[in-house]
Design a protein around this ligand. Structure first.
Ligand code: PLP
Length: 388
């Protein structure tokens, strides 16, 4: 058994980041400033987006975008239940109603087919999730949104560097990235709103800083009026330069990080192909570049005669961390009480929600770490099967 705990995720931070952050601390300017602007420009160049606004989290970015679109009471927003709760929480907090679309059983992503029947005259936005590092089927979804005149917001929290049919996520439309420490690149906490809609970006830029047309840096360094006017009431979701310095370092390394993730994922797939009780989620069939944010597998709970929670607990005892991405939102206590879901309407979501777990995957892992994980999974299942 491993003597050292293997977490399911760990950020790749080195002297590069330590020095960059030290420089910011020594500079005398630590909040949103020149480095944040540089980080936004670098991210725009990387994704090919029309523009980018850095925010304190993807959740904060989503809040600004929903506000900028005027989503509120009476509006419906279609999103998967197989997502992080932040999106659905925000839709509710805006006074709007989340409408859950089922996902493809193998990719865990919504499709045009699962979204279309849910559209009503009240549907104001569709929020697909690019899941685990793979892109959602954007041609169909984009066309649907355009035909019906509905806003499309891509949850790109898992998709820094992901490509769909030769184009980076973020290049077209509106996409929101997360730089939380478990994501493929991190700023500690942080996010980026990318869009080809300059009006929307201008609104988000204002909303993320009190609804002012300028930020502290504009006022103090650029010599803008210190008496800036509120354009509309806004939030306080700006990204400080300490975080932007991290982001600039991480972005230059993102291609290597993602390549290493892909190598480890392919080693996992080869090793796991021998286990009948474990089957990874599948990559979509259309052309894409996968960035392997997560390595998600499903446990065949009937064959293994154990639950996913049992397997996660056993791995923990073997000093191996694992994650659960995600418990379907509609199965959380609050949402169970608040929304009635037709039995069977979210069959693939519920089926997966009971069986998925994320095995350790991060760039600084070794192949022998992967061996440890696969061996521990195998030993756990064997032991269970031989005991019952
Ligand atoms: C992490 C995550 C978010 C939220 O990102 P934060 O930066 O933590 O706010 C949103 N959606 C998905 C799918 C995520 O995994």
């Amino acid at each position: 058994m491993r003597t050292e705990f293997l977490p399911f995720s760990r950020p790749s931070l080195s002297e590069l980041e330590i020095n960059a952050v030290s420089d910011v601390l020594r500079s005398g300017w630590i909040t949103t400033g020149a480095l944040c602007a540089q980080f936004e420009d670098a991210f725009t160049a990387y994704t090919g987006a029309g523009g980018s606004v850095a925010v304190c989290s993807a959740t904060g970015g989503m809040h600004c975008v929903l506000q900028a679109l005027g989503i509120g009471p009476g509006d419906e927003v279609i999103t998967p239940s197989m997502t992080w709760v932040s999106t659905v929480n925000l839709v509710c907090l805006m006074g709007a109603t989340p409408v859950f679309a089922d996902v493809d059983r193998e990719t865990l992503m919504v499709t045009r087919e699962t979204i279309e029947p849910l559209i009503t005259e009240r549907t104001r936005a569709i929020i697909p999730v690019h899941f685990a590092g793979a892109p959602a089927e954007m041609n169909g979804i984009r066309k649907l949104a355009q035909e019906r005149g509905i806003a499309l917001i891509e949850d790109a929290a898992h998709a820094a560097g992901t490509e769909y049919e030769g184009e980076r996520i973020g290049k077209r439309g509106t996409a929101i990235f997360s730089f939380h420490p478990i994501k493929n690149m991190t700023t500690g906490e942080g996010g980026m709103v990318c869009s080809d809609d300059q009006d929307l970006l201008a609104k988000v830029r204002s909303l993320k800083f009190h609804g002012l047309g300028v930020d502290a840096y504009d006022r103090q360094i650029q010599g803008r009026s210190p008496q800036a006017q509120v354009l509309q009431p806004g939030y306080k979701y700006n990204l400080p330069d300490i975080s932007a310095a991290l982001g600039l370092c991480q972005l230059t390394q993102l291609p290597q990080f993602n390549e290493r993730r892909a190598e480890l994922a392919s080693y996992y797939r080869a090793r796991l192909s021998q286990l009948k009780e474990i089957f990874p989620i599948q990559a979509p069939g259309y052309p894409h570049l996968h960035t392997w944010h997560l390595f998600i597998v499903r446990l065949d709970i009937d064959r293994a005669k154990m639950s996913r929670d049992d397997l996660m607990a056993a791995l923990k005892r073997a000093n191996i961390g694992s994650g659960f991405h995600f418990r379907a939102v509609h199965l959380h206590d609050y949402y169970k009480k608040t929304f009635f879901i037709e039995p069977g309407a979210l069959a693939n979501t519920e089926w997966n929600s009971e069986r998925i777990l994320s095995l350790p995957l991060f760039p600084n892992m070794s192949y022998s770490d992967v061996d440890d994980v696969v061996d521990a999974v195998q030993a756990t299942i064997r032991e269970k099967c031989s005991n019952s």
